[in-house]
Every structure is written in C-alpha cells, then in structure tokens.
Design a protein around this ligand. Structure first.
Ligand SMILES: Nc1nc2c(ncn2[C@@H]2O[C@H](COP(=O)(O)OP(=O)(O)OP(=O)(O)O)[C@@H](O)[C@H]2O)c(=O)[nH]1
Length: 185
C-alpha cells in the first residue's frame, strides 16, 4: 500500500509517497526491492508490542546493508532512518518504555520519536518532516528537484501495492507501520 502525503516544509511543497508493508507476506527479494525504493525510512514499533521493538535493530541494519551495497544508485551516505514508537496513548498496555526506545536510538545514532498516530497528526507528520530535512541536509536532492518515481513503475515490481489516499477513515492521521514484515526468514 502506498499512501500519499503533501506538506509545505521550509516553504517547499513536498509530495511524499509512503510505502506501508502491513500484513504482507514477503520474500527477501521483495523486501530488498522495497528497501531500495525508499529514500528514507520510518522504522515503527508499537509500545504495546515487545516483538515489534525487538525487530527494530535488525531492520535498521538491513536498510543500511542494502543501501550501502555497490548496486545502490546515488550517494554513499546512509539513507535517513528514524525510529518511531507508536501508540503511546495506550499507557496501560505499554510493554516498551520510553527509556528503552531512547537507549536503542542512541546506540544506533538515529532520531527517536514517541508518538500516537491516533491522537496527534502533528506528531505523525513530524516524522516525515525529519526524514525530508535529513535528505535535504545530505544534499542528494535540492528542494523542488526531488528524485521522481512513478507509482506504476513500483507497482510493476510490487504487484500487491495500490495507490491510496494518505488520510485514514478518520480523515486526519497518516498511517504507517512496523517494518517487521520486511525481515527475510
Ligand atoms: N490506540 C492506538 N491505536 C492505534 C494507534 N495506531 C494504530 N492503532 C490501531 O492499531 C491497530 C493496527 O493498526 P494498523 O495501522 O493496522 O497497524 P499494523 O502495523 O498495520 O498492524 P498489522 O496489520 O498487524 O501489521 C488498528 O486498530 C489501529 O487503529 C495509536 O497510536 N493508538
């Protein structure tokens, strides 16, 4: 599933395409193609699901590995990655502490956000703003001349994906998910 999101960041209109992997059974080739496709990555876990947290480190390494391979087109710098702890509103079901998330992010030297996609649109879009700003900082893209990719090209490679609106049924929150389905067996 690809979600679209538009935002004005630092005075520039930015069009995001957000690939959501929820519930997909994928082999390692599909995973690799999807990771190659991304310019930046939000590795999302749920604070109510310890297993999703336990996958974060492995996924970050996988992203770095794939984007540092000689096959990767573009620059040599690692793509922007942020770690996102979702569902912070569910405080009574919490299984992963804020400290755990912060410690992991510090160890991996990655930005960390703890958010609730249910409660805060602003917290959610801040994740994507950070990814965009980091891409700009790296200098691979300049504002207004962003690398273009067509959805149809992606869909040829990833037949299960469909283009879709960014907004969920409540009309306010972005939807994005843990990358745990990306892990090869
Ligand atoms: N309370 C709360 N519920 C959330 C939040 N984000 C998502 N949910 C709910 O969690 C459930 C799963 O959300 P999804 O977006 O389908 O998450 P997913 O990672 O795709 O889940 P899988 O389909 O199991 O991969 C839904 O019922 C959402 O409404 C949040 O921040 N707070």
């Amino acid at each position: 599933m690809i979600y679209r999101h538009m935002a004005v960041i630092d005075g520039e209109m930015v069009h995001f395409e957000i690939l959501d992997t929820a519930g997909q059974e994928e082999d390692s080739l599909q995973i690799e193609e999807k990771i190659k496709w991304g310019d930046g990555f939000a590795v999302v876990y749920s604070v109510t699901d310890r297993c999703s947290f336990d996958e974060v480190m492995r996924l970050c390494f996988l992203i770095n590995h794939i984007h540092s391979s000689p096959k990767r087109s573009g620059g040599s710098e690692q793509p922007p990655v942020v770690i996102v702890a979702n569902k912070k509103d569910l405080q009574f079901d919490r299984m992963v502490s804020t400290q755990d998330g912060e410690n992991l992010s510090k160890a991996l030297k990655l930005p960390f956000y703890e958010i609730s996609t249910r409660d805060s649109y602003e917290e959610t879009v801040a994740v994507f703003n950070t990814l965009y700003q980091e891409l700009m900082r790296q200098g691979h893209f300049s504002p207004g001349s962003f690398k273009r990719r067509t959805v149809s090209k992606v869909m040829e490679k990833i037949p299960k994906m469909q283009a879709s609106s960014t907004l969920n049924s409540a009309g306010r929150s972005l939807s994005f998910n843990s990358f745990r389905d990306y892990i090869p067996e």
